[in-house]
Design a protein around this ligand. Structure first.
Ligand code: MN
Length: 232
């Protein structure tokens, strides 16, 4: 009986930090469900990676963001992109937590909603024209994006973003969970190159994962984000 009691008492310590953090917290920020089944992006992105990535990693960013903002009702009321666009006005003691976890929440929210089953190919319309203007051709954009993704040392993202100051599209690498909104730009489409995004299926072959990601891009969703960015 003593043994059973000891085992029960030590149970919480057997849970990893990620598992503990993956328990949903109560708002203000919440994790939306994946907009498709976890296996929808197979064979390009596997179901196990999608489940762990969304349910554990993204949930942890949401929970940690909520924890950081617990005493800051004014900041809780802001849309996440607005909060990250003015990090300088976030109190210094929570700024790094908001940058990392708020960035993680925003980035992943865009990531899930700009992929779909049967995606890939090339965009049509205004986004296609803007990509041709900025990069020469769709193929050249793709190579620019892949090179940016490969150029991220350690963890981070490559983003196709709208630069409102220059009125053009740009491809830029970002470290950790930094976001284009922190530079006054609007993210249109991004690829997560943290190892948690691809290691189970691709191990160290990041380029294979990036090449696979091109096959699941939801260009209609990216075009909608682009239209909104350009009008803002
Ligand atoms: Mn991620």
């Amino acid at each position: 009986m003593a043994l059973a009691a000891t085992a029960a008492a030590s149970l919480p310590r057997l849970l990893s930090a990620a598992q503990v953090a993956a328990t949903p917290s109560s708002g203000p920020f919440t994790l939306a469900p994946l907009p498709y089944p976890a296996d929808a992006l197979e064979p390009y992105i596997d179901a196990q990676t999608m489940t762990i990535h969304h349910d554990r990693h993204h949930q942890a960013y949401v929970n940690n963001l909520n924890a950081a903002l617990r005493e800051h009702a004014d900041l809780q009321a802001l849309p996440i992109a607005s909060l990250l666009a003015k990090l300088d006005s976030v109190p210094a003691d929570i700024r790094t937590a908001v940058r990392n976890n708020g960035g993680g929440h925003l980035n992943h929210g865009i990531f899930w909603t700009t992929m779909k089953k049967g995606g890939g190919g090339a965009p049509r319309g205004e986004l296609a024209s803007a990509i041709a203007t900025a990069f020469g051709s769709h193929d050249q954009w793709q190579e620019t994006m892949a090179r940016a993704a490969m150029g991220v040392f350690g963890s981070g993202w490559a983003w196709l973003c709208w630069d409102p100051a220059r009125r053009t599209l740009a491809v830029e690498p970002y470290p950790n969970q930094d976001s284009p909104v922190m530079q006054g730009k609007t993210p249109v489409l991004g690829v997560d190159v943290w190892e948690h995004a691809y290691y189970l299926k691709y191990q160290n072959r990041r380029r294979d994962y990036v090449d696979a990601w091109f096959h699941v891009i939801d260009w209609d969703a990216a075009a909608a984000r682009f239209e909104q960015a350009r009008k803002a």
